[in-house]
Every structure is written in C-alpha cells, then in structure tokens.
Design a protein. Structure first.
Length: 219
C-alpha cells in the first residue's frame, strides 16, 4: 500500500514545475520550465502543472502533438491557462513547447513564450471562467504611433466574447508577458456592460480563434 502511494506522489511531482511559487505570476515565468507527461496514465485534457495559494497553471493536452519521430525533438505549439484564484478566471495563451520522448509513453516538455523583445509570439488570448468557458477576448498590441514611427506603444484590448461591441484598451509599460496576471485581469471591470460601443467586430481574428485555440476546452 505504501509503495502504491509513493508511486502516485512521484507521478504528481512529475507534472509540476521545478519551482516553488510566485509572489506575482507572469506569463514570462513559464520560460524554460519543464513538465513531464505520461500519455498512458493521463486521462484528462487539462493538466494542472503548477499551483500555489494564489495561482494555477494548466497545460491543455493535445495528444496529436506527440505523434512524431521519437528520435527527434518536436518543437510545436501548446495552449496554457494562467489562472488567478483572486479573480476566479484565467488567461488562455498559445506558446511553444519542445517535446522529447523519454520512455514508453512518457515525454519531457520544455515550455517557452516564443516572444522576442516587445513582440509576443501570438498576441491573441482568451479569458476563461472557472469552468474554462470563453468569457472575454484579449489581444496584445505593440505598434508605433500614427504620427511618429519611432515611438511605439504597448497595450492590451479586452472584449466581452458574448457582446463583441464592447471593449476596453489599456496602455502597458512593456510586453504583456511581463505583466502580473492579476493586473491584467483587473481590467475586466472596465469593459462596458450592455452598451454597444464601436464596431461589433472581434478584436481577435477569427482565423486565430480557429487555428490557435480549441473550439472549447473539454475537461
């Protein structure tokens, strides 16, 4: 009995980051973090790879990403959710992963943002509720000002996914991956409610929603 319990503990330890915790979680904190996944024993599509008293990070498992020549390292895409217990919501992003086959159905994964300087790998994001339903669309922008190509501005836009007429834009100091997750989510309250403001178009391209994110996250 004790041996079985020890094995369960070791399996759980293999699914978490080699870190202790965060005072403030940022998306950049996943850079070069390692995860181990066993495709045989893992039955869920959502794997919790980190948790402390304030945050959780979830790895969205797509088993098709693991179909490659086992002698090689597969550099591919991965959806992650950075979840705040304070707001009971999470930010769904698309980053990069390097997958190496270890043994049988066990794979070692290195996680990367894929971002360069002030540019984000994929600027489109989705804010999900506690059940991983899509609540808001979010997009990061780093563009030069209209009248001065030498001056750039960083910002995020957040839009109600149900009423895509309503949105808010917030100026940032730098790349969104270096912002605290709680600080990003705090801007949800600024999104207009039940008021049609601006064009009723999604701030996230439909192509991004189709190509980079699951239609819905199935637990």
């Amino acid at each position: 009995m004790e041996l079985k319990q020890l094995n369960k503990i070791l399996i759980l330890l293999g699914l978490v980051f080699n870190i202790n915790g965060f005072s403030q979680l940022k998306m950049a904190d996943i850079e070069n973090k390692k995860v181990s996944v066993n495709l045989t024993t893992e039955k869920k599509n959502i794997i919790k790879i980190f948790e402390d008293r304030d945050y959780k990070i979830f790895y969205i498992l797509d088993k098709k990403r693991f179909d490659f020549d086992k002698k090689l390292t597969n550099v591919d895409l991965v959806n992650l959710v950075f979840f705040s217990k304070k707001y009971n919501k999470g930010i769904l992003t698309l980053f990069k992963q390097s997958i190496q086959h270890k043994k049988k159905s066990v794979y070692n994964i290195d996680l990367h943002t894929g971002s360069a300087d002030n540019y984000m790998f994929i600027p489109s994001m989705i804010i999900v509720d506690k059940d991983f339903n899509y609540e808001y669309l979010m997009k990061y922008s780093y563009i030069h000002l209209p009248n001065d190509i030498n001056v750039y501005t960083s910002s995020i836009s957040i839009q109600d996914n149900e009423n895509r007429c309503n949105k808010v834009r917030i100026v940032l100091k730098g790349n969104a991956i270096h912002e605290n997750i709680d600080d990003l989510l705090s801007n949800i309250s600024k999104v207009p409610k039940n008021v049609s403001t601006g064009k009723c178009d999604p701030i996230v391209y439909e192509m991004d929603l189709k190509d980079f994110f699951p239609e819905k996250i199935v637990q």
